[in-house]
Design a protein around this ligand. Structure first.
Ligand code: GCU
Length: 413
């Protein structure tokens, strides 16, 4: 059988077989007990792979941070290959509505076109700019599960100040923030299992149709998309591209951290309940584990990540290092008590351990290894956090803390 066909069949079959097996296993042997955690040592932040202590911020930025990012690219999320031919990026503002939400904001529908001789892919990027605020405005950019071409982004007629999808954009506009959204499936189409039709094809040389073991999975492609959104924002004079907060929930919270770690044009990052492959520490194996993740979602990470299943201690990184790569830019982690699949304590600890680098760079981090009390947000240090009661969602209380965190770090309030 032809090799490409064989790979495709395997690709389609493995998840089906695994998900049939996992339907039984998915909720089994998941550890949620703090007293049953494995013992672990985290890889050091401030010692290079070659054992050299990192003594100055310059050494962090020139030696250790690039080293860590490269480990993430090759072993966890997947490296973006060099494109087959240069990819041309173009923007077209296809629609502009200055009367969005009864005149509170201007909505711009922007088509971002990515093209080379291998093909053309486009993203539908949404940009909302408050009308009654001095320009350029700081803005949030959300990695979105909602399709930016659907009516999810219309203003709700029944709840003034909200989008149909429930996001409180009116509150953002009142506080002087713009809001942008990039849709996770624009670059990957609707099938995460099959990469042939989306962005990946622009990057493959003749004969390649599938990522190599160290090449990009879904989360890396999402991060690439958000960076193209940032390219557009750099050209929009209504938006202050030096004050963009990238944010996302759950799978998109994972994409958020990876985007911000690599692309330092994002001035602040907010990861909401990002869990496994997001803020949570791999080595705790609490709630979702690497094994559960790669068997249910084989393409979110790169295939090299599979090699560490049940070998987490061999990973040269853990997720505190991903957050540390965002330093000194503010990073916020949001958890909730019942979202145990995402390991709230593991999310917090990662932020706590990343604080070592923030402090090394002269910023404020989290000072206690103990989880803060419920609804006692930490907003004024560069590493922020809150935990609330309840489950897996972004609630009004969470939105409010995200805005307060940005107010503090963007506006000094
Ligand atoms: C699943 C997955 C999580 C992910 C979540 C989501 O539960 O296991 O890792 O965060 O989906 O994206 O909502």
């Amino acid at each position: 059988m032809n090799r490409a066909l064989y790979l495709l069949l395997i690709t389609l079959l493995i998840p089906t077989l695994l998900s049939a097996r996992e339907a039984k296993e998915y909720d089994q042997d998941v550890n949620y007990e703090e007293n049953r955690l494995p013992e672990y040592d985290l890889p050091p932040l401030l010692v290079s792979s070659g054992g050299k202590p990192i003594k100055t911020p310059e050494e962090w930025f020139s030696i250790r941070r690039p080293e860590i990012l490269s480990l993430y690219s090759n072993l966890i999320y997947g490296r973006i290959p060099k494109p087959a031919q240069p990819v041309d990026v173009r923007f077209e503002v296809v629609k502009e509505d200055p009367d969005f939400m009864d005149g509170k904001a201007t909505r711009k529908d922007v088509k971002i076109i990515l093209e080379n001789e291998k093909g053309r892919v486009s993203m539908h990027f949404l940009v909302f700019v408050p009308n009654n605020a001095g320009k350029p405005v700081p803005a949030f950019l959300k990695h979105s599960f909602n399709n930016t071409q659907s009516n999810d982004f219309d203003a709700s007629e029944t709840r003034p100040g909200f989008l149909k999808n429930g996001w409180p954009l009116g509150a953002f506009f009142d506080r002087g923030y713009g809001f942008c959204a990039v849709y996770q499936q624009d670059l990957l189409r609707h099938n995460e299992v099959e990469f042939l039709k989306g962005i990946h094809k622009l990057f493959y040389p003749e004969g390649q149709s599938f990522p190599k073991a160290h090449e990009w999975g879904v989360l890396s492609a999402c991060a690439y998309g958000a960076s193209r959104g940032m390219d557009y924002l750099e050209s929009d004079t209504d938006i202050d591209h030096t004050r963009i907060a990238i944010m996302g929930h759950s799978k998109m919270g994972k994409a958020t951290l990876w985007t911000a770690a690599q692309d330092d044009r994002f001035a602040l990052a907010i990861s909401a309940q990002s869990g496994c492959a997001g803020a949570a520490l791999w080595r705790r194996k609490s709630g979702e584990t690497l094994k559960k993740m790669v068997t249910r979602f084989p393409y979110w990470l790169c295939r090299n990540a599979w090699k560490f299943v049940e070998q987490e201690d061999d990973l040269p990184i853990d997720q505190h290092m991903l957050l540390a790569c965002i330093a000194p830019r503010p990073v916020y982690v949001h958890s909730s008590t019942d979202d145990t699949w995402a390991d709230p304590r593991g999310e917090y600890l990662s932020a706590y351990h990343a604080s070592e680098v923030y402090e090394f760079l002269g910023k404020k981090g989290l000072t206690s290894p103990d989880l803060p009390e419920i609804r006692k947000p930490i907003l004024t240090s560069e590493v922020g956090f809150h935990i609330r009661e309840g489950g897996h969602s972004i609630d009004p209380y969470d939105w409010e803390q995200f805005m307060k965190f940005a107010d503090h770090h963007f506006k000094g309030k």
